[in-house]
Structures are given as structure tokens and as C-alpha cells.
Design a protein around this ligand. Sequence first.
Ligand code: KE4
Length: 436
Amino acid sequence: MTESEKLFERASHRIPGGVNSPARSWRSVGGTPLFLEHAEGPYVWDADGNRYVDYVGSFGPAIVGHARGEVVTAVQSAASKGLSFGAPTANENAMAERLCDLVPSLDMVRLVNSGTEAAMSAIRLARGATGRNKVVKFTGCYHGHVDALLVQAGSGALTHGIPGSPGVPESVVADTISLPYNDISAAFDVFTEYGDEIACVMVEPVAGNMNCVPPAMGFLEGLRDLCSDHGALLIFDEVMTGFRVGLHGAQGRYGVTPDLTALGKVIGGGLPVGAFGGRRDIMEHLSPQGPVYQAGTLSGNPLATAAGLATLEIVSQPGFYEAVEATTERLVTGMRERAEAAGVPLATNHVGGMFGLFFTDRPAVRTFEDVQSCDTDRFARFFHAMVAGGVYMAPSAFEAGFVSAMHDDTAIEATLDAATDAFASLNATTEAARHG
Ligand code: KE4
């Protein structure tokens, strides 16, 4: 047995499914999850000492590279002064000011401990500020395990085929409407019927939880207009896209400003941080300034804000995102070329430092229905072939991939070499299956 297998056996005894988050389980691809022991730059090492080029990046946070010196030093320095106080600290001011400087929609911001908390709190604030109850989301989008949003959800809910979840009462999702992503006419129809009952529309401005699906031309702009016309709030869930697709998020990249924004992942640099913020007149409804309650023992934690500020310092350097996007482009182009050479139908999407690989013969993947057309068994075989080739990707056909600033030529070349063999192996297994 490998060390990972031994560790997984022990984990499965005390932790449901052996993991603390379903997205890490390998149930949809088969096999035993690798237990990772350490990470540096673009690489991770498993408990057996095997090294992999990493495209999970902690599902997004690690855009500056694992164990980046400046971030580790900042956390070590903060830790030496105490871990948590339950009182405001100067770093929270610095973090709030930095986020409001960089994210166009933010007049004010509240720090929390996860993307789920950020999305959940933004929904409550939108409902409290508008006095309305209905929430519009999009099928395949995932906003954390918020009761009201576990409807046709993506990420692990989609991977494991449970778009809803037991334990969420009908009453809690009665006001949740889930629409097809990138279908602005569906949104128009819902607003025509329920316009003055809709508190908010929550959308991933680039979908990353049905794998990577960019917004169609006019989709985000259309949602912006519909919300403005009907007095609903537009909420961008930028937990994944924030500081991943550009220094000013997807809202900066696409030039559409929401009323509220949820953030997470990169802003914590790998430590637990989420945030939600937006227009001052809305944020002032939040306790203790206003009546909408939200709280958190470790919100704005000194170590998390130290990691976040050090990370934001690095991503703010001139050329950071251009370099990450160029690396992503090179990776995705190389993948397409190698798939084509092997005769394997592959579609790809990429935005900034995130990308998606789709085993489908459709020319493009633009909707949830396109995503559903993908061959998840072929993805599973590809996933395992890449692991064997020293490349660690998300164990799901419905998760996006992430590139860091430290994915250098060596890492990309190693990845593409592994992909050459992986695509060839797909054909070999297909041929073998065909001839029995
Ligand atoms: P967390 O509560 O996991 O920090 O964030 C929830 C969340 C909210 N919004 C978006 C757009 C997200 O992508 C996420 C979390 N993303 C998944 C990966 N697709 C987290 C991985 C996991 O659940 O382990």
C-alpha cells in the first residue's frame, strides 16, 4: 500500500468519505486521493514523495505559487504576535482599503472566513436591503454550500450528482430560481414574471464550477440592465474569478459593475478568508451599522489578512496577470495541439489564470448543456494518466484548472509531455475496448 492509501484508510474511519471537502474525493474519477505533504512554486509532493505539476492550486488561492516566500514570511511574522484577538486590527483596515481600491464595485467590504460565508451573507444583505425574497442563480454555478443556493449547484454537488441536497427544506429554496447560464432571454422572462419580488441575481461572471465557461457576449450586461430596471441587486460571485482573471476581477475585465461582490480564495493567499462588499448604501444595512446581522469569530484574522495582503502585493505588480494569462494560453494551446495529434476530441476554455478541458466533439463549450455532453469517463482516464505522468489536476470533469505565476517553461513542458502520453493512452484504451 502507498502512504496515501494508508492515510486514506485511516481518514475514512473518522472523516466522512475520508475528506474534509467532497471536491477532493476521487469518487468521480476512481482510485484513492493523493495525500499531499508539501508544496512549492508550481509543484506539490504526495505522502510517498512523488512530485506533480499542480493545476488545482488549492482550487484557486495559490496564484502566486505555493509557499511563496513573501507570503510565508508575512504569516510567520504575524503569528509571532499572536494568532487571533477578537478585536479589530490595523491589517483589517489595510485589507479593506486594498480591496476597495482594486475591485470596482466596492465602496465598503466585510471580511469573513470562506467563500460560502461571503455568498451567504451577500444574499442575506440583498434580501434585507431590498425587502424582497426571491434569488436568481444559474444552473451549474456554485456559491458554496449555502442552503438557499444548493439548487442545481455546480462543483462537488454536480460532480457527485447531487445538485440539491437532503437537509435543505423545500421552504428554504422556494424563493430560489435557477436559470440556464448564458441565457439572457430566460432571465428576461423571469424578471417579467417576478421583477418586483427579486432581491438579487447571483452569478459567477466566469463560471468555474461546471468547469470553466466564460460569459456569452451581452450576458453580464443584460443581467446588469435587468437588475437596474427592476430594483434588484446584481451580485457577482467572484470567489474564484476575483484576482484570478485580472487585478480588478471579472467585473474589471468585462466592464460590468455589480451592486455586491463575493470574494475568497486568492484574497486569503491560502488561509481562510472570504469577503463581501459593494455599494455603501447597501453595506450600511449591515450590523452593527444597520439591522442585517452577520458575524464571525475569526473574521479578519491577523494571519489570514497578513497572507492576503502579501498576496495582493504580489499580484498588483505590473505584468503579473499578463504573464499568468500567457502561460495559461500556452498550456491550453499545447493541450489542444496534442489532443488533435492523437485524434482525441477536446474543447478548451480559458480566462486569465483559469482554464477548462472538455472531452467533447462539440466545437465550443458555452452552456451547461454543452458541459453535460462531455465524456466524463474519458476525463477520468485522462486524469489518471496525467497523475501517472506527474501532473495533478482537479479530480472532476466539472472543476476548472488553475495556473500560477510560478508555472515556468519547465513545468509547462513537463505537463505537455505528460499530456502527449495521456492522450495516446486514451486512444489505446478506446481501441482495446473497440476490439474487446
Ligand atoms: P468556499 O466556502 O469553499 O471557500 O467557497 C465557496 C465558493 C463560492 N463561490 C465560488 C464561485 C466557488 O468556486 C466556491 C468554492 N469553489 C470550490 C471549487 N470549485 C471549492 C472546492 C471545495 O469545495 O473543496
